[in-house]
Design a protein around this ligand. Structure first.
Ligand SMILES: Nc1ncnc2c1ncn2[C@@H]1O[C@H](COP(=O)(O)OP(=O)(O)OP(=O)(O)O)[C@@H](O)[C@H]1O
Ligand SMILES: [Mg+2]
Length: 463
């Protein structure tokens, strides 16, 4: 059953309560293209509503149902639309009609106003705050799109369709849902009563051609020298933690680092929603599972990690360390699974270490802080901090080694940093990636593994 049928006719929503004139629904739409644009101009909304109503009858008369082919449905929509337009005072040209047909079709079958955003390769993230406010990320910049839904019920219907397609459910009793679309895109939906202003949906679009290290160098996220260093570290089995804020590019960098792992090693990935696209052959991908409707059957990252240790992994790649699995991860890194990689949500290198400590403590272990710190120190070799800056660019801000502890204070050694030098007139963050000039303490380990570091990597122009 669709969610809209299970919900009350009107959900509380500040946006929905506003009169139409106050909403961000555009009054006119660009009419030059027959392609569905996602913009719902007022006259279009009215025509679409009427066509929808008539269409049910047209489809019944023609013996069509939800399983009928796309062309049959489109032709029924055209027929219903022509009837409605015959009574309309406004004239619609062919392009507009084609566009209406596509929009109605996508409302019925696809993801409605989201379809054009999903089809646009330049959009990497879609953030639906409520029926009348949809933000997108385009080329690193977050902007308000012109897309809107009719109302909360329309948005709920689309959310319901998305989660149903992947065999999941969302309603008042389980108002949150994390899932992965068949194309690999990651979605999160949350609806009232938890989402106060109406349903919200976030889609991280899957990149068919994943970013590579050359892309990152081209985008000035890091330099060739940094890339060469990281390449050697990954190949030489250093344990690496990638730290950064939300959407800063952690998973992308993790994916790229994993591509430096030589073929032939047995890799096991553990993720909440599988996003990694490993290039190697010898890979097993594991994904957590939420509880079912009875509140049972969920499988956590911790459990997957425990199981994975019995699968003889050479390296473990943990999408994001978030909780109880932190201790098991550190122990695995310390006991024969060197070269493991993970990401953590943190705003600085020191925060990342503090978060790891907290996660282990919160997991209810009896270990004293000193012992936890020993585990962290011997497990993590390198922390890469990445940030999405105000100009929309993602930059690695530091590559840091953990040296040890002095008293209660972590001793860290930056190998590369991003030095900010102000802001350009167009808002571009100015600055440079520079080696600090310090010789990495991991150099000996790399040399032993036949990967000697070239001193030229660490000689900045002015050092
Ligand atoms: N260096 C980069 N330059 C440009 N775009 C990037 C870069 N790194 C990642 N992206 C893009 O940014 C978006 C977010 O990337 P990613 O999923 O790796 O972030 P994340 O830090 O893992 O996010 P989350 O915290 O939500 O897990 C993706 O669309 C990705 O393609
Ligand atoms: Mg991620």
């Amino acid at each position: 059953m669709f969610l809209r049928k299970r919900l009350k006719p009107e959900l509380p929503s500040q946006a929905a309560a506003k009169p139409v004139a106050e909403r961000s629904v555009p009054q006119t739409a660009p009419l030059s293209t027959p392609r569905v644009t996602g913009k719902l101009a007022a006259p279009f909304i009215d025509i679409k509503r009427k066509t929808h109503r008539l269409l049910i009858e047209t489809m019944r008369q023609q013996g069509l149902d939800d399983d009928s082919g796309p062309e049959q449905i489109r032709s029924a929509i055209r027929e219903a639309l022509e009837q409605i337009l015959a009574d309309s005072a406004r004239l619609f040209n062919r392009g507009e009609k084609d566009r209406l047909i596509e929009e109605i079709y996508y409302d019925m079958r696809g993801l409605g106003p989201l379809e054009p955003l999903l089809a646009d390769e330049a959009i990497s993230e879609i953030m639906v705050n409520n029926a009348h406010q949809v933000y997108i990320e385009r080329s690193g910049k977050i902007q308000l799109s012109e897309v809107s839904f009719y109302d909360d019920r329309h948005l709920l219907q689309i959310i319901d369709r998305i989660v149903n397609r992947v065999g999941r459910r969302i309603d008042e009793s389980s108002p949150m849902c994390d899932a992965r679309l068949p194309d690999g895109s990651r979605i999160n939906a949350i609806i009232p009563p938890l989402a106060i202003d109406g349903p919200a949906l976030t889609i991280r679009k899957f990149k068919k051609d994943p970013l590579t290290i050359s892309h990152l160098i081209g985008y000035q996220s890091l330099t060739q020298e940094m890339a060469d260093f990281l390449k050697s570290c990954a190949a030489a089995k250093l344990n690496v933690l990638i730290s950064g804020g939300t959407g800063s590019g952690k998973t992308t960098l993790l994916n790229i680092l994993s591509s430096f792992i030589p073929e032939g090693e047995r890799l096991i990935t553990i993720e909440d929603a599988a996003e990694l696209q490993l290039q190697q052959n010898h890979v097993i991908r594991l994904e957590t599972r939420p509880n079912n409707t009875e509140g049972a059957g969920g499988v956590t990252q911790s459990e997957l990690l425990k199981n994975c240790l019995r699968m003889r992994p050479d390296r473990i790649i943990l999408g994001e360390v978030r909780g109880g699995e932190a201790l098991a991860m550190l122990q695995a890194m310390n006991t024969g699974h060197e070269g493991s990689l993970a990401t953590v949500h943190a705003n600085s290198t020191r925060d990342a270490i503090a978060r790891l400590e907290t996660m282990v403590l919160m997991a209810g272990t009896e270990l004293p802080l000193r012992a936890i710190r020993d585990q962290v120190r011997s497990a993590i070799d390198l922390i890469i901090q990445i940030e999405r800056m105000s100009d929309g660019c993602r930059r690695v801000t530091s590559v840091t080694e953990i040296v040890g502890m002095e008293g209660d204070c972590w001793q860290l050694q930056d190998i590369f940093t991003f030095q900010r030098q102000g802001m350009g007139p167009d808002g571009t963050v100015l600055g440079q990636h520079r080696p600090t000039g310090l010789w990495p303490k991991c150099a000996d380990r790399l040399a032993v593994r036949g990967l000697p570091l070239s001193p030229s990597l660490f000689q900045g122009e002015n050092i």
